[in-house]
Design a protein around this ligand. Sequence first.
Ligand code: ATP
Ligand code: MG
Length: 445
Amino acid sequence: MSAGQREAFLSAFVVAGHQLWTVGGALRDELLGVPGRDEDFATDATPDQTEAIARGLRRSVQTVGRHFGTIGVRLDGRWSEVTTFRGDAYSDGTRWPDVTFGASIEEDLARRDFTMNALARNTATGRVLDLFGGAADIEARLIRAVGEPVRRFTEDPLRILRGIRFASEVGFAIEPETREAMRQTAGLLATLSQERVTAELDRLLQGRAVAAGLGALAETGALAVVLPELAPIVGCEQNRFHRFDVWGHTVATVAAIGPSGPEGRVRRWAAFLHDLGKPYVRHTKTNGEWGFFRHETVGADLAEGLLGRLKVAKAETRAVALLVRRHMDRPNLDRRSVRRFMARSEGMWPDLVALKRADNASHTYDDAAYHDALAALAARIAVEDAAALRGESPLSGDDLVRIFGRAPGPWIKPVKARLSALVLDGDLAPGDKEAAERVARRMLR
Ligand code: ATP
Ligand code: MG
C-alpha cells in the first residue's frame, strides 16, 4: 500500500473545487502532543460527492453514516470520517446529530461542543481556524463550551457527559461557567438513551484523570441523575480503617487501578461498584463503630442489577459482580487457602488481587506485603498445581452411574462436588479414579 493515499485524497478535493478541513479530536490531540489517531475531516462536498472522489481513487468506503453526512474513507491503512459541514437546526431537545447541512466551516464549528474540539485546519493551505479560543484553552488545559453553555447543554444534554468524560480522559479542568451550566442542566441527562449514557460512563471510567472526572460527575449532580443507585455512598461515613467516606474511597480505588487494556476496563467498573452495598448494610458494631457486614454480597447483587439497567454486556456484568462479591476474600497464605481463593475467583484471580490492592490504597493500614505474597503464591500455584486448580472430579456422572448401577439422578451432584473439592484441596490427586471411587463408596453407603 502506498503511503500517499492521504495526499492523493486531499489533492482530489482541491481539483474538484471543494474545501477539506482537519477537525475535531485529531487536531486537539496534535496540539496536546498526543500522537496517532484517525484524522477526521469537514467539507463542503456532499456525502455523494465525497464518496465519488474516494471511489475514483479506489479507496474503501464506509457509508453507514451517510444519513448524518459522514462517509468513512480508508487512507493509508486507517479510517477517516469525512463529514459535510453541518448547519444550525435545533429545536430545543432535539439531539445531535439531527442533520442539516451548513454553508461554511464557520457555521460547522459553531455547532461543535467544546472549544478544544472546534478548531479546524485547511488541508490545502494549512490555515488554522480558531474562532472560539480553542488553542488558548488547550494551552490552559480548560474544557469550555462553545457559545452560551446553558443553551448548548439544553440543545444536547449528552454534551454534559462528554465534557465530564473529556475531563477524565485528557485531564483538563472544566471552566467555571461551563461547570455551572452543567449543574443547572444535569437533570436533562434523564432524557438521553441509556446506550449513549453508558458509552460515556464507560469511557469516563477508563480515563487517566479519572478522579477528576468522577469528582465532576458528583459535583455537577450528573451522578445522581445517571447513577442514582450510587447516590447513597456519597457522604456515607466509615470507620477508623478508612480515610474517606464511601464515595471518596470509591474514587481513590478506581484511580488506583491502572487504565490498562481490556482487563483494566472490568477492573475499573469493579472498583467503581465494589462498595455499592455499604449504605444498605451499615450498622453499629458492639464497639460503637460502623460495620458493613456482608456488604460485598449485597453489593454484588446491586451491581448486577445496575449493570443490567445500563445494558452492559452479560459477560462483563458477571465478571464485575464476581469481583465485587469476592473483594473481601483474604485467604491465609498457604496453598490450600490460596487455591480455594483462586477457584472461587473463577480464573479472575489476577483481577481480584488487583482490586484488593487498589481497595487498600485508601485504607489507613498498608497491606502491600500481604498482597505481594498472595500474588506470588497464586502465580506459583497457577503453574505448579494447574490440574488440581481445575478441581475436576476424577469420576464423571456416567462413571458414577456405571460403578453404582444406579439411575442418573440428584444423588450425583453432591458426590461430584465433594470429589472436586478434594482435588482442589490437594487431598485427592487429579484423575485418581480409584481413590475417588473409594470416597464415593463411603459417601453412598
Ligand atoms: P474522541 O473520538 O476521542 O471521542 P472526538 O473529539 O473525536 O474525540 P467524537 O465523538 O469523535 O469526539 O466527535 C468528533 C467531533 O464532533 C468532536 O470533536 C466535536 O467537535 C463534534 N461533536 C461530537 N459530538 C458532539 C455533540 N454532541 N455536540 C457538538 N459537537 C459534537
Ligand atoms: Mg473521534
